[in-house]
Design a protein around this ligand. Structure first.
Ligand SMILES: Cc1ncc(C[n+]2csc(CCOP(=O)(O)OP(=O)(O)O)c2C)c(N)n1
Ligand SMILES: [Mg+2]
Length: 724
């Protein structure tokens, strides 16, 4: 299908007259601009490439060979942003960044970026970053991290990357970005309204306000519309043009020299001041939101064609003609030559192999989990501080001590979150860590879970080992997309070339004796459990907690694993198991890590196997003693890892009794027990099985909480029913 903008370019340029003059590559393109003739020709080339990639993507789509048509047309001015930066500056880009990508690739050389983008469009396995999993702008040697398309979800990570440039130096940790790097992130004018963007910009300002280096360039590519919804006129300059602490630059994105000058000024300002800046580029959006978007449904034909004269490709051609660099015929020749090249490449790649099996698709996930599973430290002896009395510890103390040791073991480890430093955590779990090291490694953050996780994402790709804390499980849900959409997907969409190691500590689960209500007793982890590749640790006992935390740190470090470490608040300071003073819930510090995906069995009864975790372990052990007095011999299995589940251990222990009770403190619907039951049935367990769980309710205040939380009475009744 012919695109009007395509014909318009040729017709408009052909109608011009002009002759070329002797211009040297080093001449300024025009008075007052620092863009040279040679620089402009290079940008024109990138812009032409980007435009013809968009046209080719639609052509491939029309033939049933291409799968992605969101284009960069109208945004090709972002090529000048790449030119104003260095290829070593980390970039997290808007999906209309064809110009940027090609311009940076031209600076670096190597693979043909035109072919690579087409490989992405046809979902070919040869594509260098996502390997056929998505069409993204990303390449490791260009320092462009792949982004998919959750609006603004990459901005919190960008803040984390910018933060880490100086922090890695301070800690003496190797960092992939140079000490004077500027991090750049780009996004659209509608996206900037997303709470994720607003939060990230706020977090950057909040850091910079306190003197923390924040060399971050926000680039808003403002085409005045988000799919069909118009951005109010002048909204971007109104909101960001005059914001304390955020240096504002702007330009017309169709004017390549002006864009280059503004981007160069912004980049230089950020590089020098190590503070955030906002570059506002006015753009047009040509050829609709995507190939599938029928623009006349919401914009008049006149409005659509009014943008044609602000086509950056056309404007750059005119600028080169005005400057006597090219004749109109030469400009059209370049345009057509690029078309020919791109169409030829498109023809070459259109039938290349795509991922052809689930295993092929999932290779990065599988490899990451396998590497993580191999990561448990064999001995913790070296990290255990000498002179430390070997007294039994509570869960909170064991975690605290493990965090001390992890800070010793990994100089790149950083512990942060709300209230973790000065106060030492709401429950004292991080007490003393700040005094042990410096505030560069243990620090309080602003109150924004999204920014906390974003900081971890950025720190992880920058060489650090982030251990963020989310104060309560309910507040993880508040920011879950940073793990779901960003953290968990990075290895998948980069074929493991980028990894964001992290151990997210989350205090959670119920049984706070009526205190706190639903937020402090959140018992739902469904939103974490189904995220591919994420490791979920759920320790119950002090020794396991320390060992598992060491394992998670090692898995993050060695495999780039995203680990969620769920700490049962109700057991933090628990000492006893059966009777007051029995000290049955204390344990000595462990000597080795615990492998991911391995359960722990208590007892060897063969009448009943209880599969459980978290608070369920303590309740089950208590019930077991009562059963014992009735002559029923049970064994209790602490799953310990909720993802991946310890399936082999589960099947073995379940089969030993042939009667299984799943004891699940999370909600019946979407709870862990559902997954345990499914795994048992799918892996050949044929015996009897029952499941008890908490009710499908939010947790109320006071004693009423006990009405909906799983209780020992319920567990006991189910156990008796199964065994009688
Ligand atoms: C969180 C989220 N909500 C909705 C969408 C769907 N969506 C994709 S692009 C888009 C519009 C973005 O507009 P803008 O930021 O102006 O960028 P433009 O496409 O105009 O360059 C929307 C709503 C999304 N990707 N992510
Ligand atoms: Mg827009």
């Amino acid at each position: 299908m012919a695109e009007s903008i395509d014909d318009y370019f040729t017709a408009s340029i052909s109608a011009l007259s002009g002759s070329a003059r002797e211009r040297s590559d080093d001449d300024a393109l025009r008075d007052g601009s620092s863009l040279t003739v040679g620089g402009c020709l290079a940008l024109f080339d990138a812009q032409l490439g980007s435009r013809h990639l968009d046209l080719a993507a639609r052509w491939l789509r029309s033939k049933g060979k291409g799968y992605y048509t969101i284009g960069s047309s109208g945004h090709e001015g972002n090529a000048a942003v790449a030119a104003a930066l260095r290829p070593t500056d980390p970039a997290l880009l808007h999906y209309r960044s064809g110009g940027f990508f090609l311009a940076r690739a031209a600076q670096v050389g190597g693979r043909d970026p035109l072919r690579d983008v087409l490989l992405g469009v046809v979902a070919a396995t040869d594509e260098p970053i996502a390997g056929g999993r998505h069409k993204v702008f990303g390449r490791h040697d260009l320092n462009i991290m792949p982004q998919t398309s959750t609006i603004a979800s990459h901005l919190p990570r960008a803040v984390g990357v910018a933060f880490s440039v100086a922090r890695t130096r301070k800690l003496g940790v190797a960092c992939p970005w140079p000490a004077d790097a500027v991090t750049v992130c780009s996004f659209g004018d509608a996206s900037v309204n997303h709470s994720t963007a607003v939060g990230a910009i706020n977090a950057a300002l909040h850091s910079a306000y306190q003197g923390v280096p924040m060399p971050l360039l926000f680039v808003c590519e403002d085409n005045g519309i988000g799919i069909s919804v118009k951005t109010p006129r002048r909204w971007i300059e109104h909101t960001y043009g005059n914001r304390d602490g955020l240096q504002y630059f702007d330009a017309d994105g169709w004017d390549v020299a002006a864009t280059f000058d503004a981007a160069a000024a912004a980049a230089s300002w950020v590089r020098t001041h190590r503070r955030p800046a906002f570059l506002h580029l006015r753009m047009v959006r040509l050829m609709a939101h995507a190939g599938s978007d029928y623009e006349p449904a919401y914009r008049s034909p006149a409005e659509i064609s009014a943008d044609f004269d602000r086509d950056p490709v056309l404007c750059t051609a005119k600028a080169l003609i005005d400057a006597g660099v090219l004749t109109p015929a030469q400009a059209v020749d370049r345009y057509e030559a690029k078309r020919t090249k791109v169409i030829r490449l498109a023809g070459e790649v259109e039938d290349l192999p795509q991922l052809d099996s689930a295993a092929a698709v999932m290779t990065p996930l599988q490899d990451s989990l396998e590497d993580a599973a191999a990561a448990a430290p064999a001995s913790l002896a070296a990290t255990v501080r000498s002179g430390e009395p070997d007294a039994p510890l509570t869960l909170a103390l064991a975690i605290n001590r493990a965090l001390h040791d992890i800070l010793d073991r990994y100089p790149e480890a950083m512990i942060f979150g709300e209230d973790v430093a000065r106060k030492g955590g709401v429950y004292g779990v991080t007490r003393g860590l700040l005094g042990k090291t410096s505030s560069a490694r243990v620090f309080d953050t602003l109150l924004d879970e999204q920014s906390i996780l974003g900081l971890a994402l950025g720190a992880g790709v920058s060489g650090l080992l982030p251990i963020p804390e989310i104060q309560y499980l309910a507040y993880f849900h508040n920011a879950a997309d940073q793990i779901r959409g960003e953290g968990a997907t990075l290895q998948f969409f980069s074929n493991r070339q980028y990894r964001n190691p992290m151990v997210v500590r989350v205090a959670g689960y119920g049984y706070q004796k009526g205190f706190g209500g639903h937020f402090h007793n959140d018992d739902s982890i469904a939103a974490i459990r189904d995220i591919p590749g994420v490791v979920i640790a759920s320790p119950a006992r002090p020794d396991d907690a320390a060992a598992m935390l060491h394992t998670c740190a090692a898995a993050a470090k060695e495999a780039g694993a995203v680990c969620v470490f769920l700490e049962p608040i109700a057991l933090y300071h628990t000492r006893d198991l059966h009777e007051d003073g029995d000290d049955g819930w204390l344990a000595a510090y462990p000597g080795a890590g615990v492998p991911i995906g391995r359960a722990r069995t208590y007892g060897d009864g063969t009448d009943l196997t209880m599969l459980t975790f978290g608070n369920g372990l303590r309740m089950s052990l208590r019930v077991t003693r009562k059963l014992e007095s009735l002559g029923i011999h049970a064994r209790v299995v602490d799953l310990r890892w909720l993802a991946p589940l310890p399936v082999d251990d589960m099947i073995r222990e379940a089969s030993a009794a042939g009667r299984v009770l799943i004891v699940d403190e999370t909600r019946a619907t979407g709870g862990v027990g559902e997954g345990v039951l499914a795994e048992l049935l799918e892996h050949g367990y044929t015996g009897a099985v029952e499941r008890v769980a908490s009710r499908d309710s939010f947790i109320p205040l006071g004693d009423a909480a006990l009405e909906v939380l799983l209780s020992e009475d319920t567990i006991e009744a189910a156990a008796l029913k199964l065994t009688r």
